[in-house]
Design a binder for this molecule. Structure first.
Ligand SMILES: NC(=O)c1ccc[n+]([C@@H]2O[C@H](COP(=O)([O-])OP(=O)(O)OC[C@H]3O[C@@H](n4cnc5c(N)ncnc54)[C@H](O)[C@@H]3O)[C@@H](O)[C@H]2O)c1
Ligand SMILES: [Zn+2]
Length: 363
């Protein structure tokens, strides 16, 4: 018996569904048929994903023939050069505005193919088929797309909502455990922002999830997507930005140059711990909550300190990265801090000098 979880992202005329089911890839044709033209669908993917999951997608599509455009895996592909060649290839294939491009891969492919879809012929259709945990719980939903430029992460991009998101947790069978753990950090982030009950569930089932237990993955993905769908529906362009909770994490990523040295999710894990510690030191959050966050993330094998993240503590340098943040406005950076687990809030009154001193103390 099939048990497809359907979650709606309610955006008026641009509403769409996120479907979650183990094995969805094996019957993708059923869901993707309405989007094919002449029984063909263009699928943008990376070499690695296509090598391990391409055949399943192809078989699942049945009579629909996928036309794969394969890119190099890795964050470096989120560049003007790769975008430009991707757009050229889409145009050479005769993409029309009414066509749908399938983004089949992790967040890099989703962001890149999504951005290409937002500009080719002034915008064509997009379907997200995310294959990493991070992409399944976060990047494939919400319509944020883009590339890095000028050394800045996601500096250029567009909001372009997909028409459908197909999530098969079974894809994660081939994902390496470091990537799985990094994606898990985003799940924890969501729980810490606004769902204390879910955090408790994660404390109990996180281990099973990392062991790729199908039930645990399904539940965690469904809860995370439902949470994200709710936020997107009320604040599509994320002007209130609570879900970011990334002020610390982004600075750590910037310091390591957005590389394999520190994956995004690993930076998120260390950043979350720092945000809770900073909140506790300011008397905003009970120290026990701070300790629970650290214990859980560390127990799941994620970095929880500057040292574990491989970053020499240097407050001034890290604060420098924060000042380059897109959310910086009029010399102030809204900080996402916590009153406790599941109770994040935005603090506009944080002095960067205090943050600098705090980071310097985190040896
Ligand atoms: N748009 C958004 O809202 C949003 C949100 C969060 C992150 N992001 C972006 O997402 C990107 C990171 O995404 P990511 O963590 O998915 O990284 P990724 O896309 O680079 O994928 C990680 C690695 O896993 C491989 N891979 C993917 N799926 C696999 C599978 N099923 N089996 C085996 N290998 C597989 C890929 O080839 C790649 O080498 C960043 O660029 C970040 O900016 C975007
Ligand atoms: Zn993130």
């Amino acid at each position: 018996v099939r048990r497809v979880t359907r979650i709606e992202v309610a955006l008026g005329g641009r509403s769409y569904e996120v479907l979650i089911e183990e094995g969805l890839l094996d019957c993708s044709g059923e869901y993707l048929r309405p989007y094919a033209r002449d029984n063909r669908l263009i699928a943008v993917s990376d070499e690695t994903v296509w090598a391990v999951q391409g055949e399943r997608l192809t078989r699942g599509l049945g009579r629909i023939e996928p036309v794969p455009i394969l890119l190099q895996p890795g964050e470096d592909s989120k560049s003007w050069d790769v975008l430009s060649s991707l757009v050229d290839r889409l145009l050479a294939l005769g993409v029309e505005r009414s066509d749908h491009i399938v983004a089949f891969g992790g967040g890099v492919i989703g962001d890149l193919a999504g951005f290409a879809a937002s500009i080719v012929k002034r915008g064509c259709g997009l379907i997200q088929v995310p294959t990493t945990l991070l992409a399944q719980v976060d990047s494939s939903v919400g319509g944020k797309t883009g590339i890095n430029a000028c050394g800045l992460k996601n500096a250029v991009g567009a909001f372009h909502q997909p028409s459908l998101v197909l999530i098969d947790p079974g894809c994660l069978a081939t994902l390496d455990s470091r990537q799985l753990r990094a994606g898990y950090a985003e799940v924890v982030k969501y729980a810490l922002i606004e769902d204390a009950v879910f955090f408790e569930w994660l404390e109990e089932h996180g281990r099973a999830l990392l062991d790729r237990d199908a039930e645990a993955l399904h539940h965690a993905i469904a809860v995370s997507v439902a949470g994200k769908a709710r936020i997107v529906a009320t604040d599509e362009r994320e002007t209130k930005g609570k879900r970011a909770l990334h002020t610390f994490g982004h600075a750590l990523e910037a310091e390591t140059g957005f590389s394999d040295r520190l994956l995004h999710g690993e930076a998120v894990a260390a950043g979350l711990t720092l945000a809770f510690r900073f909140s506790a030191e300011r008397g905003l959050c009970p120290p026990e909550d701070c300790e629970r966050v650290r214990t859980h993330l560390e127990g799941m094998g994620l970095p929880v300190s500057l040292r574990q993240a491989g970053i020499p503590s240097d407050g001034a340098k890290l604060v420098g990265h924060m000042m380059a943040d897109k959310k910086m406005s009029r010399g102030r950076l809204p900080f996402i801090l916590a009153r406790g687990i599941g109770a994040a809030f935005i603090d506009d009154g944080v002095e960067l000098s205090q943050v600098e001193a705090f980071l310097d103390s985190q040896l």
